[in-house]
Design a protein around this ligand. Sequence first.
Ligand SMILES: [Ca+2]
Ligand SMILES: [Ca+2]
Length: 344
Amino acid sequence: MERLPRKALKEVAMFRWLIAGIAVFSSATIVFAAAPSPEDTGVMTITARYVKTPPAGIDDPAWQRVAPVQVPVAGRLEMADIKEIVATRALYTDNELYFLLSWADPTRSVNKESWQFDGEKWVHLKGDEDRVALLFEIDRINQFSSKSCAVVCHSPADLSRSQWKLATRTPAEKGDLWHWKAARSAPYRHADDGWLTVAGNPSGSYRETGRRNDAGAGGDVKNETPDGSRPIYMQDPARKPSAPGFLLLEEAVPITDYSIFKTGDAIPYRLPVKPGGSRFDVKAESRHDGSRWTVMLQRKLNTGQEDDVVFDARKRFSFAIAVFDDTGADHSKTTRSLVLVFKR
Ligand SMILES: [Ca+2]
Ligand SMILES: [Ca+2]
C-alpha cells in the first residue's frame, strides 16, 4: 500500500510545476496542460483493491479499509504556490471500478452564474462551480505516462500559456475524460463522460480543444431569454425538485408571469440536461462537509463503448487528476503522472 504523505509533500515543495490546468469559457472548454521541470518525472501508483461487494456509497466501511494515497496537486503560474492533496482511494469488483476522492475546499461552489432578481432587473450572481476531472489513456498518448498533463496541451508558439487547450497531438492518441461538476453534473449524480483527441474540427481552428462528448444525452442549457436579460425557466411548481437547489431542464417550465418574483429571488442559470448513453457511464456521489469535497466515482470496467477506456485488472493505466475551486480556469490544480493498478 502506498503511503507517501510526507514524501509527497516534500516533492510538492521540490518540484516547480507550471501547470496550465483547465480553462472553461463556455460550458465545455477544458485544459489540462503543464510545463514541468526536468526532474518532474516521478509516477505515483494508485492501487485499486478487489472487493466482492460493491461499496454502497461514500460512507461504506470498505473505504476505511483502504489507506488513501495522498496525491499532490499544484496550480500554475501565479497559483503555482497553491498546493493541495487529493486523498485518493480505489476499489474494484468483478464488473466495476470505484474511486473515492477527497480534497480540501472551504467553499461549496455551485452558483454557476445563477440569476438573481434585484427588484428591478435580473442579474447574474458571481461564481462558477467546483469540479474534479480525471483523464485516462484510451489509446496510448505519447509520454502521458511520464509527463502527465504536460503532453496533452495544444500549445502553438504564438499562443500564451493561458490559451493552451486540452488535446492530444495525433489522432492515434486518445484520452478518456471524466468531468464531475458541482453545479452541472452532480445533480444527476454523475461525472460528464467525454473523450480527448486532436484539437479542432477538420475545418476548424487548431486553437479549439480536442474534447468531445461521449455519445448520448447530457450537458446543460443556458436559462435565458433570447436577449439574455432574464431567465426563461423556473421550477415546475407541480413537481418537487429532485435535486434541491438546482433546476433540471426536465423539471423546468417557462416563466409566464415575472411579477411573482420578489427582490432577492434566485434561479439557476445552467440547467442540467438528463444524461444518457455513453455520456452517462460515470456515476457519482458527492458531499461537501464545510471544509472538503468527497466524491465517489463509479464506472463499469468495460462499458462496451468505443469512446471509453477498457479497464483490465491485469494491466496498468496512466491517468491524472485535476481539481478546481469555483473555477474552470487558472486556479485549477493538477497532479503529476499517476498509474492505476489492480490488486486482489
Ligand atoms: Ca469551492
Ligand atoms: Ca462513456
